[in-house]
Design a protein around this ligand. Structure first.
Ligand SMILES: *Cc1c(COP(=O)(O)O)cnc(C)c1O
Length: 461
């Protein structure tokens, strides 16, 4: 009896060939290619067989089409970052200026002068494209770029302290996100960590006492993402630099975010600039390209020419070097810094960070009725004063006054706010907010393209 049943089931399913001959399948082949369509049709038929469901040719084509659309959709997609964290590491940190986008596209399209000197016709140096700008903007003698700041630090430690000791204050042995822990980086760089002082207090004499024949360098790390308060003491970089130099050691500072301009100018909290750190005596400064600098992911090193040359010669430099695409984008971003007066207009990161509260409030007023209509029946919407964070460890305790919309689900079910957040994430350009106390908050500081945001709200499911 069961055999007859199985036969019946098979009879209700078309063959792969018959499905492929359907006009709708031909359209799919035209779009995705035969191999992918055949595989998708097979899978759709297998799935129908598994549940013993009859399926017409149209059903199989429709299932195949849906599967192919899912498969071929880009995995990395644009999103609206309304989390309130401007430089969000999980959302790709700094949005790049159009100048950088154009430069990157140009570099991708054709051969370039990446390591070629036009004047002599000889081999050139890839870091030349950015070193001139970096030295000009920081006062450093020399500069280079690698994959990211973690890489810059790894390279500096390996090149200057391999097999010897690196001195760091116990108050600065930080973790930044799961995979960046300073003690681990120091160990992997092949240098020995020598902890100095205590968690809350480190004095100059602690460093002085720790220096011995094995000491290779003194490292200072910007405690980007936390602050020690209360009974504390840290050694000012200038005094640490002076001690290092007196004992013939290089003094390296990991600034983390680092910035090339004084942010006070735009009413933002002060963050040490690279120029200040060098002036205070740092021999090398390392910092990120995609944090406050507002460029592509990169790790930048600026400082003494002899030390930069030592780093450049290290084999790790080859492993960590930047590609032509990011170098082109970085060069374009650095060029914008030549005109600080217009920087806040042209550099998206700075524009977003410096955006006045009133302007964000006006955006909230405009959007309130539109968003209310879009979620009518499932949530109520209100305007809320909120605080944005810079993010990526920059100035963790300095929050920027901002304005947002709160979406409060009508249902009091615990999962209602998660369901609401998911609906917004399922839009063609996902809207990513943050959940707080049973409400979804959309911080509008980073909403640059209000029209695009509004245009897709009717598609909310
Ligand atoms: C962010 C940060 C890093 C890591 O920089 P990446 O560019 O993400 O590799 C290292 N040190 C400090 C102090 C930081 O803030």
């Amino acid at each position: 009896m069961s055999e007859i049943k199985v036969r019946d089931r098979r009879a209700t399913l078309p063959s792969v060939d018959r499905v492929l001959q359907a006009p709708a399948a031909a359209a799919l082949i035209e779009r995705y290619g035969r191999a992918l369509v055949v595989a998708a049709v097979r899978e759709a038929l297998t799935a129908a067989r598994a549940v013993a469901a009859p399926a017409a040719i149209d059903d199989v084509v429709a299932a195949s089409k849906a599967a192919l659309e899912r498969l071929m959709a880009p995995s990395q997609r644009r999103v609206f970052n309304l989390t309130g964290t401007v430089l969000h590491t999980n959302l790709g940190r700094a949005p790049l200026p159009e100048e950088a986008v154009a430069a990157a596209a140009e570099a991708m399209r054709a051969p370039s002068t990446l390591e070629f000197d036009i004047a002599s016709g000889r081999r050139g140096e890839r870091d030349e494209h950015i070193a001139g700008w970096l030295t000009r903007l920081t006062g450093a003698e020399a500069a280079l770029a690698v994959n990211n700041n973690a890489g810059a630090l790894l390279l500096a430690l390996n090149a200057l302290a391999l097999g010897r000791e690196t001195l760091v204050s116990r108050g600065e042995l930080i973790e930044i996100g799961g995979s960046f822990r300073l003690p681990d980086i120091i160990e992997r760089a092949g240098t020995r960590l020598r902890e100095v002082g205590t968690t809350n207090r480190t004095h100059l004499r602690d460093f002085a006492d720790a220096i011995g024949p094995e000491t290779a360098l003194i490292l200072k790390v910007h405690t980007s993402n936390y602050e020690i308060r209360g009974f504390t003491a840290a050694v000012a970089p200038a005094r640490l630099a002076e001690l290092a130099h007196r004992r013939g050691l290089p003094f390296v500072e990991d600034l983390g975010s680092g910035t090339l301009v004084d942010l006070d100018r735009w009413g933002l909290p002060h963050e040490p600039t690279v120029a200040e750190a060098l002036k205070a005596g740092a021999d090398l400064v390392t910092f990120s390209g995609d944090k406050l600098l507002g460029g592509p992911q990169a790790g930048l090193v600026a400082g003494r020419a002899d030390l930069v040359a030592t780093l450049a010669k290290n084999p790790l430099k080859r492993a960590l070097r930047l590609d032509k695409v990011r170098l082109a984008a970085l060069e374009a971003v650095l060029r914008l810094y030549a005109d600080p007066d217009r920087l806040a207009e042209r550099l998206p990161t700075l524009r977003i960070l410096a955006r006045p509260r009133e302007e964000i409030a006006a955006s909230a007023e405009r959007l309130l009725p539109i968003v209310s209509r879009a979620v009518a029946g499932t949530a109520t919407v209100a305007i809320v004063e909120t605080k944005s964070q810079i993010g990526s460890g920059a100035l963790p305790l300095s929050l920027l006054p901002s304005v947002g919309l709160t979406l409060t689900p009508l249902s009091s079910a615990g999962a209602a706010v998660e369901a609401l957040a998911r609906r917004l994430r399922e839009l063609a350009v996902p809207i990513v907010g943050r959940i707080d106390a049973g409400r979804l908050i959309l911080d509008l500081r980073a909403l640059d393209d209000e029209a695009a945001f509004v245009a897709q709200l009717p598609n909310l499911k």
